[in-house]
Unconditional design. Structure first.
Length: 431
């Protein structure tokens, strides 16, 4: 028996609550089970319980056995003095709450439907990353759809909170925030942190003052990256370095250092040098309208804006001083998709709170429905399990579901897992 399951049973009253009594025979009427507490202290707070016609308001603590109270050393913690009811699966000893006063105890051992417990045990024992996989054909599709909508909004709300914190570090300047967040997007997972350092070390106001010059825009970004310091014999890089030396002195800039950049296991089209060149070109061509483009451009214009190719030098180079065969140098479709999904949509969703325009959040979500479904090991797992997989709305929900619920086995906090445990019709197809 796991406490997580008992928390679920208590919170949703999946026990014989009509005949509930304390271990010494007093009738219990649960008016309100309380608010689930995920911090230190009792498991449920502000619970309302009537015991033998006496109304109690306080905390409820849940254990597999009564003796767990002592094993967890709650007798030494003042937070547990507010406990009005001890809910246990098995009552194996009396617990005193100071001054020899016993804690009223509810034993659930014979009050939980056996089939529900068996379904929970069966679900938890599946050797699969997606525990509910074999139950999905028996579930109402609306259950899956509603859970996916819920986790997508949770994901965007979490991003919104992260954005609010970043906005504070940007002194509430949305131009600076968009610039920094877009930089992180260009770095993707491998170099997102390095791009963030680059943007922090080179404020947008400095870049904006030089957007009329392509050479200076490129020089500022490459110079601040530290990637010009070890380049010799390349005319293009030397020209950038010369220009940067002047700008560095003018603004008292300090490069972040070449060691910040990751190159290992990257395809050439994802090399940081090419990514910086693409970012520089985007800023040079549209930097004066950067925030408007990110927050307001319709989908077709957004894709066109992000598909800008950098200097022709990068058609024959992935790095300084190393010529290659001619190749495409602009952002590929999958990278543009990633920027829209992971940068543009979160920014638009967060901007709603700042601007008060309620339509922005709906437009941000609608934008996900225009972008292609992401292909990675997480989405492939869900796709093989008959989950919806039409567009980025679905794939983003799947990524959140796996990261926040499935991988942590929080099935009872998920509507899909709860349906498997609760609904009799949610059975494996051949059960």
């Amino acid at each position: 028996m796991k406490e997580e399951f008992l928390h679920y049973v208590w919170q949703h009253r999946h026990y014989d609550f009509l005949n509930a009594k304390t271990t010494d025979g007093l009738p219990i009427n649960v008016i309100f089970p309380g608010y689930h507490n995920f911090d230190a202290g009792p498991d449920f707070l502000q619970s309302v319980v009537v015991i033998d016609e006496m109304r109690w308001v306080g905390s409820v603590e849940i254990h597999c056995r009564s003796s767990d109270w002592l094993r967890h050393k709650h007798q030494y913690d003042d937070k547990y003095k507010s406990v009005i009811l001890h809910v246990v699966y098995e009552h194996d000893m009396e617990i005193q709450l100071g001054d020899d006063e016993p804690v009223p105890t509810l034993e659930l051992k014979d009050k939980i439907p056996l089939e529900m417990f068996q379904r929970y045990e069966s679900l938890m024992s599946v050797p699969d990353m997606l525990l509910c996989r074999r139950y999905l054909p028996g579930l109402n599709p609306l259950v899956i759809h509603n859970q996916m909508s819920t986790v997508l909004l949770e994901r965007l709300a979490r991003r919104q909170y992260e954005m609010t914190r970043l906005l504070t570090s940007c002194q509430q300047d949305w131009n600076e925030l968009v610039y920094r967040y877009l930089a992180i997007g260009f770095g993707c997972k491998k170099n997102g942190a390095a791009f963030e350092l680059l943007a922090q070390s080179l404020p947008f106001r400095v870049i904006r003052a030089h957007l009329s010059s392509k050479l200076q825009t490129y020089a500022l970004l490459f110079g601040q990256s530290g990637l010009l310091e070890s380049v010799d014999g390349d005319e293009y890089a030397t020209k950038l370095s010369y220009e940067y030396d002047y700008l560095r002195y003018k603004y008292q800039l300090d490069p972040i250092g070449a060691h910040q950049w990751n190159w290992l296991r990257l395809r050439p089209q994802n090399f940081p040098t090419l990514r910086i060149a693409q970012f520089a070109q985007l800023l040079y061509e549209t930097g004066h309208q950067l925030t408007d483009n990110v927050l307001k451009s319709p989908y077709p214009a957004l894709r066109q804006w992000m598909s800008i190719a950098p200097d022709s030098y990068w058609e024959t180079h992935y790095q300084f001083g190393k010529a290659t065969a001619n190749h495409a140098s602009g952002l590929g479709n999958s990278t543009v998709d990633s920027l829209i999904i992971n940068t543009v949509v979160p920014l638009r969703f967060a901007y709603e709170r700042f601007s008060g325009d309620e339509n922005l959040q709906e437009e941000a979500i609608a934008l996900l429905e225009r972008v292609s479904y992401e292909d990675n090991k997480t989405t492939r797992l869900f796709e093989d399990s008959a989950f919806p997989c039409a567009n980025a709305y679905d794939s983003q929900a799947q990524i959140e579901l796996m990261g926040r619920y499935c991988s942590q086995k929080l099935c009872l906090s998920c509507a899909i897992g709860e349906a498997v445990v609760r609904e009799i019709q949610a059975r494996p197809p051949n059960a």
